[in-house]
Ligand binder design. Structure first.
Ligand SMILES: *Cc1c(COP(=O)(O)O)cnc(C)c1O
Length: 421
């Protein structure tokens, strides 16, 4: 079935529960791409996103969305002659999810303005997504956000980020696990009494409005490095939304080389790349916890981009997985040898690039750094033998008061909150 961008964003999923994809991937004109090196990040983002948005928004609306969403830096830091870090953690919650969430919030705000009913965004989180969603949607008119988190199972900082804002952000501490939270979200979406009453959508990483904007920073990085030949991108991966947005950028005509899927011990995709067999399994806990995913929700999107062909996929994507021990060593080495402060996720990305360049020594490469090291002080500080200074916007949070509702892991209780809250 064909949907407009607006319907795709508001529905989140296809009728059959599958992921939504652009029907046809727009290819940018070579002449436009040639201008990228002289364009700002925001200008490049406009060029990349306009083909998807132009049926729903005017040029000036698209410009406003992009300028408001991407009001922070995306920077490329050179470590060696052939290695760069693409730092994606300079947004308000210090993780790359700010790109997708902030863009989606600005898009929904405009859809809400034209809607009869307030839009309710319901999302489950194990910590990071909830923080980004709370910050990204805070104060967005016409949108109410309900975030379910497992009580006592998120970090103090993450809890502060979700529960101190108030306003249109309603945090719900669930007496249960993250899996309970996810199940409750699914149950809410399949309850007709709720979906008929509320304009309900989700802000998880499979929503197309969170996925598309991630293609922009691949184009940006290429535009700054086009002189280095066809660069490879090493992407620390969990749900595989980020790397599949890189593949989307390539399909849109951005001349990047290939991709490296770098994972922690949760290695179902590297195993698939090696063997052709995809066998999801329960996740295991690691120090790069945002990538502890046993059945990546965006894997189908990645397959679709390669026409469901293992041969095609493996001709452009290499996969590696790394242990916590290797990740710790990488954090130390990056700091000692290059004076570079990496978080556990970025370190996995760097390891992927190192492995690849071992076999392709002439190849220039970029590893994506997806979170600020200050978010993982208990792991990083002992490795570098130093305290990490925490950016001020996070320290000031620690003195603010938490506000949240608690509820049992029961559908009926959440239903009450959704319908009466
Ligand atoms: C979410 C997240 C990832 C994984 O990204 P995917 O798009 O799910 O592959 C990696 N690093 C950090 C810090 C994250 O928050």
């Amino acid at each position: 079935m064909q949907l407009t961008f607006r319907d795709a964003v508001l529905k989140g999923l296809a009728e059959d529960g599958g992921l939504l994809m652009p029907e046809k991937i727009p290819v940018l004109e070579k002449r436009l791409l040639q201008h990228f090196p002289a364009m700002t990040f925001q200008e490049i983002a406009m060029a990349m996103l306009t083909p998807y948005l132009e049926d729903d928004f005017s040029v000036s609306e698209i410009r406003d969305i992009v300028v408001e969403a991407f009001d922070f830096q995306c920077s490329l830091v050179q470590l060696t002659e052939r290695v760069w870090s693409l730092e994606l953690f300079h947004g308000p919650t210090l993780a790359f999810k700010d790109f997708g969430v902030r863009f989606m919030a600005r898009v929904l705000q405009r859809f809400a303005a034209g809607a009869q009913k307030e839009i309710t965004v319901l999302t489950a989180t194990s910590g990071d997504t909830g923080s980004a969603v709370a910050r990204g949607f805070y104060g967005v008119a016409g949108v109410r956000v309900v975030i379910l988190f497992p009580l006592g199972k998120v970090s103090i900082m993450q809890e502060k980020q979700m529960t101190t804002l108030g306003g249109n952000i309603c945090a719900v501490g669930v007496q249960g696990s993250f899996d309970d939270c996810q199940r409750m979200v699914k149950e809410a979406f399949s309850d007709k009494n709720i979906t008929l009453c509320l304009n309900l959508t989700s802000a998880n990483s499979i929503n197309i409005a969170r996925w598309l904007p991630q293609a922009c920073y691949y184009a940006y990085a290429w535009s700054r490095l086009y002189h280095a030949g066809k660069v490879v991108f090493s992407v620390p991966s969990g749900n595989f939304g980020n790397i599949s947005a890189g593949v989307l950028a390539k399909k849109m005509g951005v001349p990047v080389g290939s991709f490296i899927a770098a994972t922690n011990a949760n290695d179902v995709v590297p195993v698939y790349i090696r063997s052709g067999v995809y066998s999801p399994r329960p996740s295991v806990s690691t120090i790069s916890s945002a990538m502890d995913v046993g059945n990546p929700s965006n894997f189908q999107r990645l397959l679709a981009l390669y026409g469901y062909s293992w041969e095609k996929l493996t001709s452009e994507i290499t996969g590696y997985s790394f242990s916590d021990e290797e990740t710790r060593k990488a954090i130390s080495k990056l700091y000692l040898k290059y004076g570079y402060l990496a978080d556990p996720h970025g370190a996995v990305g760097w390891l992927g690039l190192q492995n690849y360049q071992h076999n392709h020594p002439d190849c220039a490469g970029v590893f994506l750094t997806t979170a600020h090291a200050a978010k993982f002080p208990e792991t990083v500080e002992p490795l570098i033998g130093k305290k990490i200074s925490i950016p001020e916007n996070l320290t000031s949070l620690m003195n603010k008061k938490n506000h949240y509702i608690t509820c049992n892991a029961k559908h009926e209780e959440l239903k009450q909150i959704l319908l009466n809250g």
